[in-house]
Design a protein around this ligand. Structure first.
Ligand SMILES: Cc1cc2nc3c(=O)[nH]c(=O)nc-3n(C[C@H](O)[C@H](O)[C@H](O)COP(=O)(O)O)c2cc1C
Length: 306
């Protein structure tokens, strides 16, 4: 399913960005593994339309994991039982890193790093309950103090098959350097595959991080926004051409409209803001983009600009 004979290049979950159309494009351009945006385990219980739409998978997306956030074993078990009903889901990922206030207050995401017994119980419960091909965990290296090796061992011992490590503490949020040293220590202490995550934004950086940490792969989040071809570039170890990039942008727009209808045009604006970075006339382009509501006009503008 995930072949660890070669380094895995995975797309990180990014709430608000890595929806089905974005993942479709990223998979086409050589990402090995993609994960849904974070889904609250409680929401899965009710299986409302919005949540069910969020767990859907593209036909080109195998292997695909759904990421859940849970603050206790009972809730996690109920969510996994729902996901077990959907055969197209290949894996389940548990969020052990989300730093937002709501997560910490409700006790899920990064807060679990403060509650090792609860974390262990949630992981062993998911490991026992799921009927998927694999179960992964995505963690940070500590809450405020760094204790990544200790927590990573607990995660492995509790039954996770794969671990992704974002090399920051929860308290750091998204600022400061990524601590690749701690990721390297974690990799050296575990038997299960470990993926490195944090600030990988070019094919050169991916290579450096893989060599330094000795990890089994890398996971890329923000570095893929406005840059979904990065996965292909990592495999080729070179940049792709401007013409190829134009094709990808048009494909992304098409996928947005297929998935969201005309509303996809509005949702695509934020992606165009990033795609246009560094292009001459980007500022006027963005002003025009913000005024467009029809897919026909958007196709025309995008084809003309890039
Ligand atoms: C806008 C945004 C949304 C995110 N959403 C999620 C999420 O749903 N689940 C998760 O595990 N991490 C989430 N993250 C964290 C990323 O997956 C990743 O761990 C972090 O951004 C560091 O990697 P990067 O530097 O490659 O982006 C999010 C980050 C950002 C910036």
């Amino acid at each position: 399913m995930l072949n660890f004979n070669f380094p895995i290049i995975a797309l990180a979950p990014l709430a608000g960005y890595t929806d089905l159309p974005f993942r479709k494009v990223v998979k086409k351009y050589d990402a090995d593994w993609s994960i849904s945006e974070m889904i609250n385990a409680n929401a899965l219980k009710y299986q409302n339309e919005k949540t069910l739409k969020m767990i859907q998978k593209n036909s080109n997306e195998t292997p695909y994991s759904v990421q859940i956030a849970a603050n206790n074993a009972e809730v996690a078990k109920a969510a996994v039982e729902v996901l077990n009903e959907y055969d197209f889901i290949d894996g389940i990922d548990l969020n052990v890193g989300c730093p937002v206030k709501k997560a910490i207050k409700s006790g899920y995401g990064g807060n679990l790093l403060n509650e090792p017994d609860n974390l262990s119980e949630i992981i062993s419960t998911i490991a026992k309950t799921h009927n998927k091909k694999f179960f992964s965990v995505k963690m940070r290296i500590g809450f405020d103090e760094i204790n990544g090796v200790e927590r990573a061992k607990l995660i492995e011992d509790s039954g996770a098959d794969i671990l992704t490590v974002h090399g920051r503490t929860v308290k750091q949020m998204y600022s400061g350097e990524t601590n690749y040293e701690e990721i390297k220590k974690i990799k050296a202490s575990l038997k299960i595959p470990v993926l490195a995550n944090g600030n990988i934004d070019s094919y050169k950086k991916a290579k450096e991080v893989l060599e330094f940490t000795n990890c089994d792969g890398v996971m890329i989040g923000r570095g893929a926004i406005g840059n979904p071809w990065i996965f292909k570039e990592i495999k080729l170890q070179r940049s792709i051409t401007k013409e190829e990039k134009k094709d990808v942008i048009i494909e992304h727009l098409k996928a947005m409209i297929e998935w969201y209808g005309e509303y996809g045009v509005i949702l695509f604006r934020k992606h165009l803001h990033t795609y246009s970075k560094g292009y001459q006339g980007a500022s006027e382009f963005r002003t025009k983009v913000n005024a467009i509501t029809s897919s026909k006009d958007m196709y025309e503008l995008v084809k003309e600009f890039f």
